[in-house]
Ligand binder design. Structure first.
Ligand code: G3P
Ligand code: MG
Length: 267
């Protein structure tokens, strides 16, 4: 029998639960200290006591979910052109570290499978699926592939999947209603609807938005409905403090150490 995620805690189970009702999320790993979406950034997040890692997933040409944020390779690797035009083998030959610093020269683009294997038993994940990974044809699209990898990793209880693309969120819920999802606020898709309406429509468990978008009205509405609000990307300790006091359930930061300190100072 499929157990609906709605009957459980809306947020994933954390491996290092601090029981403070707040989640310290390393944005693309501890991306202030190491190249984003790479294993060193994830290792650093763990060392800095992040409770969850957010990562971005796209599809290689041969249909493998890989970690990358930008549609094009140019800014964050020594390659050029679209990620989706490269096989996973070709992507993994690129250098995804030198752009950040020489110290990370030769760092690889990880596959989602490699990261799940690394994270299992260590740290929860927010897997953000990029809109570039959507394919009209289900067989070609990213959703069934991510679902299979998550299930195989046996980390389902420790994962939430988010997207700005509501076609992806809809499909995820159709295929795997037990997996937790979070709506990433995207004005062009939401239109005049309020966040709570869209969270309910998509049967999602959480609402993610940028710190600049969040309003007191949204916060009030979502809190009343007991929908966790996760806010990105906050690196300023004063802004962290304001948001924590406003009652957000988690913050995505490139500096999880600063965020841990802000949580401590806000108690
Ligand atoms: O998932 C939160 C945040 O990462 C969304 O924006 O562009 O940093 O992926 P972006
Ligand atoms: Mg992201």
């Amino acid at each position: 029998m499929t157990v609906s995620a709605c009957n459980r805690s809306p947020l994933p189970t954390l491996y290092q639960e601090q029981r403070d009702g707040f989640v310290v999320i390393a944005h693309r790993g501890a991306s202030g200290y190491a190249p984003e979406n790479t294993l060193p950034a994830f290792q650093k997040a763990l060392e800095l006591n992040a409770e969850m890692i957010e990562l971005d997933v796209m599809l290689s040409q041969d249909g493998v979910p890989v970690l990358f944020h930008d549609r094009e390779l140019d800014r964050k690797t020594n390659g050029s052109g679209m990620v989706q035009d490269y096989t996973v083998e070709a992507l993994q030959q690129l250098d995804a570290g030198t752009w950040f610093s020489e110290e990370f020269s030769g760092e690889k683009i990880p596959s989602l499978e490699e990261v799940l294997e690394w994270a299992s038993g260590k740290i929860s994940l927010n897997i953000e699926i990029k809109t570039e990974a959507w394919r009209e044809d289900l067989e070609e699209s990213i959703e069934p592939r991510v679902i299979r990898l998550v299930r195989d990793s046996e980390m389902s209880e420790h994962i939430i999947i988010s997207s700005f693309d509501y076609r992806i969120l809809r499909r995820l819920k159709e295929l795997a209603p037990d997996l937790r999802t979070a709506v990433l606020y995207e004005q062009s898709q939401i239109g005049d609807k309020d966040p709570l309406t869209i969270v309910k429509e998509l049967n999602a468990q959480a609402f993610n938005c940028s710190a600049t978008q969040l309003t007191p009205e949204w916060m009030d509405q979502l809190q009343r409905a007991q929908i966790p609000v996760l806010v990105y990307t906050v690196n300023d300790p004063e802004v962290m403090k304001t948001l924590i006091q406003a009652g957000v359930s988690g913050i995505f930061s490139d500096y999880p150490d600063r965020l841990n300190l802000a949580v401590h100072n806000s108690r």
